[in-house]
Design a protein around this ligand. Structure first.
Ligand SMILES: Cc1cc2nc3c(=O)[nH]c(=O)nc-3n(C[C@H](O)[C@H](O)[C@H](O)COP(=O)(O)OP(=O)(O)OC[C@H]3O[C@@H](n4cnc5c(N)ncnc54)[C@H](O)[C@@H]3O)c2cc1C
Length: 759
């Protein structure tokens, strides 16, 4: 979350989490720029450090040792993290277009998205070959190949296309690992065959002759079939063909050839070189637009063209951070001149490396040790994040250059603010933000946002009764769009849990004060997220109130409709002895977000928790209803135990929870084991007296999760035993893959302690 309460005056948007941007994030974390907010838009939450990638394949490192957790790094830097893919740029509106969210507005934009393999340039290669990047696709395919090699003792032929350092290094690493795997299983490692195809007359064409000779010797000594002068022209299910017309039968093709710039850059109006890379000046600004910067592989420095290598991307982090700052301060930017020669340490898979610098070369196990030490030191800068002191009170005033109306707004934003109606967000700001939204249209809404008035007027259809609920909470993540989605989903949960359909919603929000256009954008992003969810539920947003506040917060009063008869309503009371207890989503959001705030959660755990929180309970509730659920509720702040007790009490029954059956979000057991709990947990734990047999259970690793408060949690229902398995199967099919029977309902014993735990 953003660590400063100073108003946001400028947004720097970093596109891609490449080697330069991780450096920028760290530098801004160590020295924040008051009034400036960083936003990171990245397709992958965990970004690979390419220097260690071959070591990961060779089995020397695990996944987390070679990936930078961008979500965590962004949290450390107080930056917003958007897990999203950039697909376009509207430079006139200063907007980045993304694949899964509204456009992201920037004052300065920086692009560090690496290069894109040209897989479609050859017939069939997109279907039958795997490119090393993007890494998440390579990793999945690599793990599959690993499994295949483990499971199958027979011959397997693997081809790598590309004779540069990346291709050679990767091939040798794969060979080392896969032969070891086979040998360990008692299978014949020699049944694995490797081939390298390269267009040129030698491998590593950009390195000196001694390095080329060393690697040619190594490849031959390791039994690799080296095909030089062999440009691959097509790949099919059986193998690959070269331009000379030869077909080679292979089982796997790995593509590590020269890459180009991403396709979407073609429509940005930015000047690109022949390979589609963005042309930048010595200040790392694009030659086209001084507000747009680029670094790493995707950038070509027009005055200093260099090979595409991670080492340059890393080095550019510093001047990029400096020039982004200076640009916002309206100070002259500094020129950066990349080095002409650099030290490349290229490994051979078996903890041995070759050094190459200009005309020099050397080789040995000690060089691998040296490379390993350098790489680990680099990664430690992004994984061992120092505790930061709260500098809020000593924070200097914003130093960004502001003029005219914006300067007045900035002064007003930090001045004493009025309360009462004086704390409302300005009407024009609000109407601009809300004007872009398209709420669901319903015939039963007589007066709503389409014809705004003092209040909304909504018809209750004949034979229907109304269902009312309200929820409101502070943002727990910095992404207003995702926060809006979750706040709406959370509020709708009560309606669905009753077996009702949602009809209308009114919103209440607080937004931190700031420049009007920043406030407007935050409202737009947040309400767009909320509308995605409300519209999907056919719930019309009919009004709301937005005020200024210290923190971003959002809630909804929701009206639902239900048949006007008490019978069809899924209530909390109604559980019958013998019923099965079904839970539709995993638990653990409270502890995970507490850990995220302390930088102790992995980014992928948070991604999965957010996905779970965005999953609507609407379909699940209909399914529960169709399987004659005798009682139902949605899990929220009181946690599993609290909500279950709310069901057993009015039902006058007991319940058994099987701790081993509980669906739990990935990482939640780790974070509770580390003692990281939500601030609401102690209040929830007071309910432990409802447990019949707490002895020995307190030690169970999942025990604390019984009290973990949930945001937008799943449905908990009791379903007749005869229907339970069919209900679970249907729920899984309908999009709740972690649905589980977590226990059963029993006849009432001691009403004060209705819950029995099983291991
Ligand atoms: C096997 C292999 C080994 C290598 N070893 C070395 C080495 O030892 N030393 C060396 O100097 N170089 C090495 N390289 C080269 C190196 O990989 C690249 O030069 C380097 O990764 C470029 O870094 P970058 O910061 O430009 O981008 P990348 O590291 O490629 O990062 C790009 C980031 O942008 C994100 N992204 C991409 N597209 C989008 C989008 N549209 N929207 C949002 N996010 C996006 C990605 O998720 C990723 O986080 C190796 C390459 C390979 C293939």
């Amino acid at each position: 979350m953003q660590k400063t309460k100073q108003p946001v005056l400028r947004d720097i948007v970093l596109v891609g989490g490449g080697h330069s941007h991780v450096g920028v994030l760290r530098r801004f974390a160590m020295k924040p720029m008051p009034g400036v907010r960083l936003n990171v838009v990245c397709r992958d939450t965990h970004t690979p450090y390419s220097g260690m990638l071959p070591g990961y394949v060779a089995g020397h490192y695990d996944y987390d040792e070679v990936h930078i957790d961008l979500r965590r790094l962004a949290e450390f830097a107080g930056a917003r993290f958007y897990q999203s893919e950039a697909i376009g740029l509207e430079r006139s509106a200063h907007q980045l277009i993304c694949n899964n969210r509204p456009p992201v507005v920037y004052d300065r934009l920086s692009i560090n998205i690496g290069s894109t393999p040209k897989v479609n340039a050859h017939r069939g290669d997109a279907d039958h070959a795997v490119a090393v990047k993007p890494i998440h696709r390579f990793n999945a395919r690599w793990l599959k190949l690993l499994e295949r090699v483990r499971a199958h003792a027979g011959p397997l032929h693997i081809a790598v296309v590309g004779g540069g350092a990346g291709g050679v290094e990767l091939l040798l690493a794969m060979q080392h690992r896969l032969r070891n795997e086979r040998a360990q299983l008692g299978h014949d490692p020699d049944a694995l065959r490797f081939s390298l195809f390269t267009r040129g007359e030698t491998v590593l064409p950009t390195h000196n002759a001694a390095v080329q000779k060393r690697f040619t010797r190594t490849l031959r000594a390791r039994g690799v079939d080296l095909h030089t002068h062999s440009a691959v022209s097509a790949v099919d299910a059986q193998g690959l063909s070269t331009e000379s017309g030869q077909h080679h039968t292979v089982d796997e093709v790995i593509w590590v050839t020269r890459a180009g710039g991403a396709e979407w850059l073609q429509n940005t109006g930015l000047d690109l070189d022949v390979d589609g890379f963005i042309e930048v000046t010595d200040t790392l600004q694009t030659v086209t637009d001084p507000h747009v910067f680029a670094a790493g592989d995707i950038a070509t420095m027009v005055n200093h063209p260099r090979e595409k290598a991670g080492v340059f991307a890393v080095r550019q982090g510093r001047p990029l951070a400096q020039n982004l700052r200076r640009s916002l301060e309206d100070k002259p930017l500094r020129n950066y001149h990349p080095q002409r020669h650099w030290l490349a340490l290229i490994s051979t898979g078996n903890q041995y490396a070759v050094a190459s610098r200009g005309p020099l070369s050397a080789a040995g196990g000690w060089l691998w040790q040296y490379k390993d030490a350098i790489d680990r030191r680099f990664m430690a800068r992004f994984t061992d994040l120092p505790a930061m002191e709260d500098n809020e009170t000593k924070a200097p005033r914003a130093s960004v250059a502001l003029e005219g109306e914006e300067a007045k707004q900035a002064i007003s934003a930090v001045a004493m603010r009025c309360g009462g109606c004086g704390a409302k967000v300005g009407a024009s700001t609000l109407s601009r933000a809300l004007g872009a939204l398209r709420p669901a249209q319903r015939d039963d809404v007589l007066i709503g946002l389409h014809a705004p008035d003092d209040a909304a007027v909504v018809r209750v259809p004949p034979g229907k009764a109304m269902v009312h609920t309200v929820d409101f909470f502070r943002a727990f993540i910095d992404d207003p769009y995702v926060f809006g989605q979750i706040a709406a989903n959370h509020a709708l949960g009560d309606i669905f849990a009753m077996g009702a359909e949602a009809q209308t919603a009114t919103a209440v929000a607080t937004v931190p004060q700031g420049l009007e256009r920043k406030v407007e954008d935050t409202v737009l992003q947040m309400m767009s997220g909320a509308l995605d969810i409300l519209n999907d539920a056919d719930c019309a947003l009919v009004g709301g109130h937005t005020g200024e506040g210290q923190e971003l917060a959002l809630g909804f009063a929701i009206n639902g409709l239900i048949d006007d008869s008490i019978e069809g309503i899924m209530r909390k009371g109604g559980m019958q002895p013998g019923d099965a207890l079904i839970l539709t989503k995993p638990i653990g959001t409270g502890t995970l977000f507490a850990a995220h705030a302390q930088l102790k959660a992995r980014g992928r755990w948070i991604d999965e928790a957010l996905d779970s929180m965005r999953l609507s309970n609407r379909v699940g509730a209909s399914c529960m209803h169709a399987h004659q659920a005798s009682a139902c509720t949605d899990l929220t702040g009181f946690g599993l135990l609290g909500h279950l007790v709310e069901m057993t009490r009015p039902s006058e029954v007991d319940a058994v929870i099987d701790l081993s059956a509980l669906p739990v979000l990935r990482g939640a057991e780790d974070t509770v084991a580390a003692g990281i709990l939500s601030s609401l947990q102690p209040a929830n734990v007071r309910l432990r007296r409802a447990i019949q047999n707490p002895e020995h259970m307190v030690e169970h690793p999942r025990y604390p999760l019984l009290f973990d408060p949930q945001t937008a949690g799943g449905l908990l229902a009791s379903v007749p035993a005869a229907q339970a398995q069919a209900c679970v199967t249907a729920l899984i099919e309908q999009g709740y893959p972690q649905t589980t029977i977590i226990g059963e309902v029993k006849a009432q014993g001691d009403a004060l302690a209705p819950i029995e735990l099983r291991r």
